[in-house]
Design a protein around this ligand. Structure first.
Ligand SMILES: Cc1ncc(COP(=O)(O)O)c(C=O)c1O
Length: 379
């Protein structure tokens, strides 16, 4: 019986006095004429970090995707292609605007949207593609962008999980017509809850600003709403937290990469087990260190999770294919996806996210790796 070590958190932030000081300052001073100061500073610094012209801070990444689709005018009768394996938030906004999601397959190496499958999913109704940087991994952006250009589709990059990742030297989130980020408490950069939309397209950006403020023109002090729209804003307190975190982003991403390196040292050479990919030209920010088991090992993610739990190690399942979860099971597109998406169905049942919180220490990661090795060897 191995000693049970408890409370190795799966995900969570790294907060220092710098964050505490800026949030305290916002709580005291970011009101009246100074109400938007921290949002402005966070947005400008964020746009610079990503290499985008415009950024707007929002209450979540889900709202950012919703605004991107709404600003693009996507609605009933339109189809939007999404990878079958991602968090439901990548696709829920497609339903919010009344459009139809089409679930494309993923690649076996990056676990991200496969451009060949994307192309097979395109019909006359396709208007947009949401490419997801899963767990910090980057899709083959050259090929996906080429497919989007060829078919005249808008690309939205869901970089919720990938702040700090890069593809050929360009920041995650900078590839689409719009890029979106999440600052949920589990993310590498957190504001508690929060999100950001970035773009280089000034007319898309104006429409986003209009839609996120109840259909009001920016600067309208006469409350003269021109359309019924949404209320999607981030508070100054959250923006202050985000700004302080962004000033530490190199340190936060380096820690994520260090955590992954601890797992890699112990697990990379193990037969039948593969870890997050970092193909040539990509920097993976490893939001979640993740393993995928070979089916031949005879363990599913559920059985491995249960056995690890017995050893005091909590893990998270790799996302299930969206086409397999109850929310979409009866959707006509899900039925097509279940037949088409061989890679999604080969990988998703055998993947686990390992504890990857920014508070993790090397002996925590070693404890987790040793527990995995024991379970695998015992079968
Ligand atoms: C891939 C992906 N997209 C979108 C979201 C939504 O982010 P939020 O929770 O900020 O709305 C998440 C959040 O976990 C995510 O992982």
């Amino acid at each position: 019986m191995c000693p049970v070590k408890k409370d190795i958190p799966i995900a969570g932030p790294w907060i220092t006095q710098k964050e505490v000081a800026l949030v305290a300052d916002a709580a005291q001073n970011a009101w009246y004429g100074r109400a938007g100061e921290y949002n402005d500073r966070f947005e400008k610094a964020f746009a610079k970090f990503v290499g985008a012209d415009f950024a707007t801070s929002l209450p979540s990444c889900t709202s950012a995707i919703h605004l991107a689709l709404a600003a693009l005018g996507i609605g009933p009768g339109d189809e939007v292609v999404v990878p079958d394996v991602t968090w439901i938030a990548s696709v829920a906004p497609v339903l919010y605007v009344g459009a139809t999601p089409v679930f494309a397959d993923i690649r076996p190496d990056t676990w991200c949207l496969c451009h060949q499958s994307l192309e097979e999913c395109i019909t006359k109704k396709t208007r947009a593609v949401i490419a997801v940087d899963l767990y910090g991994s980057m899709p083959d952006m050259d090929s996906i962008s080429a497919v989007c250009r060829k078919h005249g589709l808008a690309l939205v990059e869901d970089a919720a999980e990938a702040i700090g990742s890069e593809y050929k030297g360009r920041a995650a989130g900078s590839f689409g017509l719009a890029g979106v980020f999440s600052f949920h408490g589990s993310k590498t950069l957190t504001t508690g809850e929060g999100g950001m939309l970035v773009t280089n397209d000034s007319s898309l950006f104006s429409r986003v600003l209009f839609l996120r403020d109840h259909g009001r023109d920016p600067g309208d002090i006469m409350f003269f709403n021109r359309e019924v729209a949404y209320k999607y804003k981030m508070s100054s307190l959250q923006a202050a937290l985000g700004l302080a975190q962004l000033e530490r982003i190199d340190e936060l991403v380096s820690k994520k990469r260090e955590i992954f390196s601890w797992y890699r040292q112990k697990l990379a050479a193990v037969d039948g087990l593969c870890l997050n990919a970092e193909p040539a030209g990509v920097k993976n920010s490893y939001w979640m260190s993740t393993i995928v088991l070979d089916k031949a090992l005879g363990l599913t993610k559920e059985s491995l999770m249960a056995k690890l739990k017995e050893k005091g190690v909590m893990t998270r399942p790799f996302f299930h294919p969206l086409s397999a979860i109850p929310a979409f099971k009866e959707h006509p597109q899900a039925e097509l996806a279940r037949k088409r998406n061989k890679t999604a169905y080969r990988i998703a049942p055998f993947g686990l996210n390992l504890p990857s919180a920014l508070s993790l220490a090397k002996d925590d990661a070693d404890f987790v790796s040793d527990a995995i090795l024991k379970v695998i060897r015992q079968g």
